[in-house]
Design a protein around this ligand. Structure first.
Ligand SMILES: Nc1ncnc2c1ncn2[C@@H]1O[C@H](COP(=O)(O)OP(=O)(O)OP(=O)(O)O)[C@@H](O)[C@H]1O
Ligand SMILES: [Mg+2]
Length: 509
């Protein structure tokens, strides 16, 4: 059997394949009607709780500190939690608790268990973020066949029962809890081509919650003439309340204002949420996704009217505001599809997992995935002597078919320096968002004469990056170290694995 996991910012969903090869969701082992696992954890001494367990505990004992939105910290060196012994827990480590929970649900649900899994990642994840997800799986003792991008997984699922989409251009619009991703796809038989990608970092349901949160804060401050409390406990609880009010505002048949009594500590106050104010701000957030859509289409010389279908996925796409925003942009002949927005990613991941031939019953459908690079990838030669703005040497252009290996040769003068360093970076726009992934430090060089060094950067099909250095004169490999961004805390696999293995998860002793 196989397992596909959509590790989401707010919710994690997992799926396997039934005998006929169609994907089915895996329920929570303790609550069979629960088909999603909240991506939250709670750690208490030697016990850890993940998913519904953590949420239930938090609801009965709201003074506990829950760890949520850790997916937004993938790829950073910043711990997301410190336990009673001041141990730093990284996003990978907390994520591994969720993965362990999902893994144990699957082991109980699938009569023959499962061998390997496929986990999904947002399409705009960079190399370090993708490697964080792979690392989280390792911490959870979960063997991976592959990682796959969330919109691609959704497209696989959509294409699995909709054979008509061949020769069409489809825009997968993935608006989730923490991220917005868009992917343009074409399909021909078993071949799925990603032709372009774009997105907005840190734009998701959480930003919509924030609109409601601001109203709550302002109402409190007006009622009590004092600043809104900022402690973690209030923040966690109000976050949940804000999310529920947001969903209520979004889901009303006829737009209307809401009045709610809210408790903060011992203070109760009434807040009014005006639909029109909320909708105006929400539409501004949706407009940011439109900017990304247009940028992506423009890069291909296309316009919105050239798209055959928009498939809406992700929880935020459940909002009527999102649907209506795009509905009024559609021209005759174009479809706006809203189909299983919450489960299609996990189901597509299960289909992809099945294509690796691990399934005992399921029919194996070969899937030929063709992807493109998400980012431009470049190198900056560190030169301490020159204060001038560093120049980026572009090696991989975004939206290039994957895998790709690109090489550049540099002249090295070892008598000037024992080591040579390059910054490896990914970016969409060099003027705005150059993200430094780490430093390639080559050397020490024993040669004294000048030589030519070749740097090869490989962007693999799964979006991760491989680096190789060699002496271009004699073909020999050159040793190097890859140093991630400096941080006060260092992620150490063994130490983090000991933390995960050292706790009892969800009362399993
Ligand atoms: N009816 C609704 N209207 C508006 N928003 C909704 C609705 N239902 C769910 N959401 C929001 O959708 C978000 C969760 O979506 P989803 O489960 O797709 O995210 P995720 O997969 O956890 O995140 P990501 O894919 O960004 O990592 C939450 O912010 C939630 O409040
Ligand atoms: Mg998601």
């Amino acid at each position: 059997m196989v397992l596909g996991i959509d590790l989401g910012t707010s919710n994690t969903v997992s799926a396997s394949l039934s005998r006929d090869g169609s994907p089915v969701l895996i329920p929570d082992a303790h609550h069979k009607d629960q088909l999603t696992t909240p991506s939250i954890a709670l750690i208490e001494g030697k016990r850890a709780y993940a998913g519904g367990f953590a949420e239930n505990l938090f609801q009965t004992l709201p003074d506990k500190q829950i760890i949520s939105f850790f997916k937004r910290s993938f790829g950073t060196q910043d711990p997301v939690y410190f336990d009673d012994h001041k141990n730093a827990w990284f996003s990978e480590t907390v994520a591994s608790l969720i993965l362990k929970k999902v893994k144990s649900d699957a082991e109980l649900y699938l009569p023959d268990g499962f061998k390997r899994a496929v986990i999904t990642v947002p399409a705009h994840y960079n190399d370090v973020q993708r490697k964080s997800v792979i690392e989280a799986a390792k911490l959870a003792d979960l063997e991976l066949s592959a990682i796959i991008e969330e919109p691609v997984a959704a497209a696989l699922f959509y294409g699995s029962f909709n054979k008509k989409i061949d020769e069409e251009i489809i825009l997968i619009y993935d608006f989730g809890g923490g991220t917005f991703d868009l992917t343009l796809i074409t399909k021909a038989g078993n071949q799925l081509n990603v032709i372009a990608k774009d997105g907005v970092n840190k734009l998701g349901g959480k930003e919509f919650d924030q609109i409601v949160h601001t109203t709550i804060r302002e109402s409190y401050e007006k009622a009590f003439k004092c600043p809104f409390p900022t402690d973690k406990l209030v923040t966690n609880r109000i976050q949940k309340i804000a999310e529920n009010i947001k969903i209520e505002l979004n889901d009303t048949e006829i737009p209307r204002d809401l009045r709610k009594w809210i408790m903060v500590g011992r203070d109760a106050f009434e807040a009014t949420f005006h639909y029109d104010t909320y909708a105006a701000e929400a539409n501004q957030l949706i407009a940011k996704t439109e900017t990304a859509v247009n940028r992506c289409l423009r890069s291909l010389g296309m316009q919105l009217k050239d798209i055959n279908k928009i498939v809406l996925i992700g929880g935020t796409s459940s909002s009527k505001l999102v649907y209506n925003y795009w509905k009024q942009k559609m021209v005759p002949g174009q479809d706006l599809i809203y189909h299983q927005p919450l489960s299609s990613v996990a189901k597509g991941a299960a289909l992809y997992a099945g294509s690796f031939g691990e399934g005992s019953n399921a029919e194996i459908t070969p899937i030929d995935l063709r992807g493109v690079s998400t980012y431009n990838i470049g190198l900056i030669l560190s030169n301490e002597n020159s204060p001038a703005k560093p120049q980026i040497d572009l090696l991989v252009h975004r939206n290039t078919p994957l895998p790709i290996t690109s090489k550049k040769v540099y002249k090295i003068s070892p008598h000037q320096r024992e080591f040579v360093s390059f910054e490896l970076c990914q970016f969409w726009d060099p003027k705005e968002d150059v993200h430094q992934l780490g430093t390639i430090k080559a050397g020490p060089f024993s040669l004294m004469a000048d030589f030519y060094m070749e740097i090869a950067i490989e962007n693999r099909l799964n979006g991760t990056i491989g680096i190789k250095l060699k002496n271009a004169d004699n073909g020999r490999d050159i040793k190097f170290e890859f140093i991630r961004k400096e941080s006060n805390h260092t992620y150490d696999f063994k130490q983090q694995k000991a933390l995960v293995d050292g706790v009892y998860l969800n009362n399993n002793i």
